[in-house]
Design a protein around this ligand. Structure first.
Ligand code: R5P
Length: 279
């Protein structure tokens, strides 16, 4: 691994404990103005100091995030589709590597759709991106999305995660499953970070985080369960308490509840689309 790649990787996964709390706010790349992200400057910027990285598109970075924010950036670089298409797997690379460097990104994220109609295209996209990442020293996070009609279980997610690692991904992002999650983390030779999925009650999201960490995850790349919470700062602090502090679910929930009691909500949810049925 080149020095530059190792250095950028250490800005994503904290070297002190090998763990990370990534804040995923890239949903608009195919969902448009997702609930909680209608006005990213208002909802995301206050959360940035609590995140180890921000994962977002170049458009949102350039227009909504001040260049003085020093939270490392992971750029979402695959897309070119929308929620209006039944087949979400038809993605391509949407951001040139020179733009990634210009934007001072610490990493790049791209989705693969194993088992979906455009499986080959998206895995080939990943291989191309990894070659570029190796050339310029920029780590690649492969997002394993669920293909049409694929069951979200450990068998499928370990297949998709392992394929991503075999292609050379430096980090794999996948979903948590209750049954056999160890199989997903145990058969993937690179760090696995957990996507949060649809908004669920805060305690359940913290339980899921705790269980994922106990079962081999290196952290989270979580979105809706933070920015759609009634206390986004409380939630990200609580998730940090589990991921970096080794807190129990009860202790983490108390962190969330304390922050909520201070009234520190930052979300702006009016008018956004809640159409997250496909992720
Ligand atoms: C999905 O492909 C997007 O990249 C999101 O980043 C991902 O779904 C994680 O966010 P959430 O925790 O809301 O599921």
């Amino acid at each position: 691994m080149s020095w530059g790649l190792a250095n950028r990787l250490s800005r994503i996964i904290r070297p002190e404990d090998g763990r990370t709390v990534m804040l995923a706010v890239d949903h608009g790349y195919f969902l448009g103005p997702t609930s909680g992200l209608e006005c990213p400057t208002a909802s995301v910027v206050p959360l940035a100091p609590y995140a180890d990285t921000l994962m977002l598109t170049r458009g949102m970075l350039r227009t909504c995030i001040p260049s003085t924010v020093d939270t490392p950036i992971v750029l979402r670089v695959s897309g070119a589709n929308s929620v209006l298409d039944d087949d979400l797997s038809n993605e391509t690379i949407i951001t040139d590597i020179e733009e990634v460097i210009r934007l001072n990104a610490a990493g790049m994220a791209l989705s693969i759709f194993v088992g979906a109609p455009h499986q080959h295209q998206t895995i080939a996209n990943l291989a191309t991106l990894i070659d570029l990442g190796e050339r310029y020293g920029i780590p690649v996070i492969a997002v394993t999305a669920v293909g049409k009609d694929m069951v979200r279980d450990a068998r499928y997610l370990s297949l998709a995660s392992r394929i991503a690692a075999e292609m050379g991904a430096h980090i794999v992002k996948t979903y948590y499953v209750e049954e056999d999650f160890e199989r997903v983390t145990g058969t993937c030779p690179v760090p696995v970070v957990m996507a949060g999925g649809k908004k669920i009650p805060e305690r359940e999201a913290l339980e899921m985080t705790y269980n994922a960490m106990q079962r081999g995850a290196a952290g989270v790349d979580m979105g809706r369960n933070i920015f759609q919470s009634d206390s986004p700062i409380g939630m990200i602090e609580a998730v940090r308490a589990i991921v970096h502090g080794g807190a129990s679910v009860d202790d983490a929930f108390a962190v969330y509840a304390d922050e909520k009691a201070k009234g520190g909500a930052v979300t702006a949810t009016a008018g956004g689309l809640a159409d997250d049925r496909k992720i």
